[in-house]
Write a new protein. Structure first.
Length: 475
């Protein structure tokens, strides 16, 4: 779909928009500048003539000037003359021509050059012209002038706009303080009409653009009137970059209903996006309605942030117990590992400590290597020996190789610092099995400073086991 700015350029050139080619790649700002440059190129040579015509208006009665202009000046030429009128004369003449001709002039005016003239027009004349332009679907022109008129004129234009008009013009506006203030003062009846139109037309993107410009209280008022099923569709359809203001506008007590509906539809990706923008109070409301299955499913999809970390770290005992039962029953080891690595150490230890030791061993055996350290760190000390003892030698060998292949040095350091001496001795017994290439990678990591003292000491002992000689310097 081409930019509405191309329509303005086509009108200036006297052709249809589909006849203008080669401009679709330009941004709206560039098209505006091109429109103004074309206008200057076409009309600059006649500027003195336009000035003389505008000067005649001082010598003739306003009613006569209006009739002559409407009869003999095409809108494009009339607009050039109008831009040179004194504001007081423009205020007088605006009531002497038809609304249709005023609308035609508006389409031909340059918003910047005509700003003093346009701002002089009384607000009571703005409404009828705006209604005419809305009826013609001239939203791009309306958007151009919205940034130049005063507050009273803008309010007069919005008073005659339908909800469909507002949703259509929102993405075209170049917002400024005046537009922000007027939109924030939309009356209740207009807000209710907007909600009805948003729900009926499912124009989620346009609604999102409007909501992100509203004051939080006004946004909450609008979103609070949207039915739950429509909010669910809103959450699944809205572009992620516009989801934040919408989520922030939903009251926490409503968030739970929306999230439960999303879970019921298995819209976990949409829920993760939704929760990622929510404040802590809304995240708590979301977790209150989540089952353990829901939590384990959504964990790998989340873009974690401080608010999510805070809420997850305060999961209730009941939720932790439900999670443990679901982890054990479903054997969703990777999802469990992702959750555990995000938990505060004390909360992680609480969760892991409730898992039977043989299940913890299975969890560790199945986990991706980058999550093993987080889980092992959370295992109570009295269970670690049993967990590691339950691991087959091949898994320990694979874990060592995985640390190297994924460059997971921090996780490897944590494992060495956490594991008891008896477990480390078992790892040393497997030193011959890891291969020369793996040992070379460990030596290089030590030389770079990637290994902490405990890991360096273990590496030196492994070298001694493999060679039966004194360890070579590693740092």
């Amino acid at each position: 779909m081409s930019s509405p700015q191309i329509g303005r350029i086509a009108r200036l050139l006297g052709v249809e928009a589909h006849e203008v080619h080669g401009l679709d790649h330009l941004a709206d700002d560039e098209l505006r500048r091109l429109h103004d440059a074309i206008s200057a190129a076409i009309f600059a040579r006649y500027e003195q003539r336009f000035a003389r015509i505008a000067g005649l208006s001082k010598a003739l009665p306003g009613a006569m000037v209006g009739k002559l202009a409407e009869r003999f000046l095409p809108p494009t030429l009339g607009a050039r003359c109008a831009e040179m009128l004194e504001p007081a004369k423009a205020r007088e003449l605006v009531s002497k021509v038809s609304v249709r001709y005023l609308a035609d002039l508006t389409l031909a005016l340059n918003p910047t050059r005509s700003e003093p003239v346009v701002r002089a027009i009384p607000a009571q004349h703005i409404g009828p012209v705006a209604r005419e332009l809305f009826a013609r679907g001239e939203y791009a022109a309306m958007a151009e002038f919205a940034g130049t008129v005063n507050r009273d004129a803008l309010e007069a234009a919005l008073d005659v706009a339908t909800a469909d008009d507002l949703l259509t013009i929102v993405p075209l506006l170049v917002w400024n303080q005046t537009i922000d203030e007027v939109v924030d003062r939309l009356p209740d009846a207009k807000v209710a009409e907007l909600v009805r139109d948003i729900v009926a037309s499912e124009r989620w993107q346009d609604a999102g653009r409007l909501i992100e410009r509203l004051h939080p209280a006004k946004a909450a008022d609008l979103v609070g009137r949207v039915p739950i099923d429509a909010l669910v569709r809103f959450a699944t359809e809205l572009e992620p970059e516009r989801l934040g203001p919408v989520v922030a506008a939903i009251r926490p007590e409503t968030v739970g209903e929306v999230v439960r509906a999303l879970f019921d539809r298995q819209e976990y990706a949409a829920t993760a996006r939704f929760v990622g923008f929510a404040p802590a109070a809304s995240i708590r409301a979301a977790l209150d309605v989540a089952t353990a299955h829901d939590l384990l499913t959504i964990v790998p999809l989340l873009e974690w942030n401080d608010a999510i970390d805070e809420v997850v770290d305060n999961l209730s005992d009941t939720t932790i117990a439900d999670l443990v039962r679901d982890i054990v029953a479903s054997e969703r080891w990777q999802d469990a590992g992702r959750l555990i690595e995000r938990l505060h150490p004390a909360k992680a230890a609480d969760l892991v400590g409730r898992i039977p030791s043989d299940t913890i061993a299975q969890l560790v055996a199945e986990l991706d290597p980058e999550r093993v350290a987080a889980v092992v760190t959370a295992v109570p000390l009295d269970l670690i020996d049993g967990v590691i003892d339950a691991l087959p030698d091949e898994r320990i060998d694979a874990l060592v190789r995985d640390v190297v292949s994924t460059k997971a040095w921090d996780e490897g350091n944590t494992l060495v610092e956490r594991l008891p001496a008896a477990v480390l001795d078992r790892a040393l017994d497997r030193a011959d099995a890891v291969g020369d290439d793996i040992m070379a990678e460990f030596r290089a990591a030590a030389a770079r400073g990637d290994l902490r003292p405990a890991a360096v000491a273990l590496l030196e002992r492994a070298e001694q086991r493999r060679t039966g000689a004194e360890a070579r310097p590693t740092a």
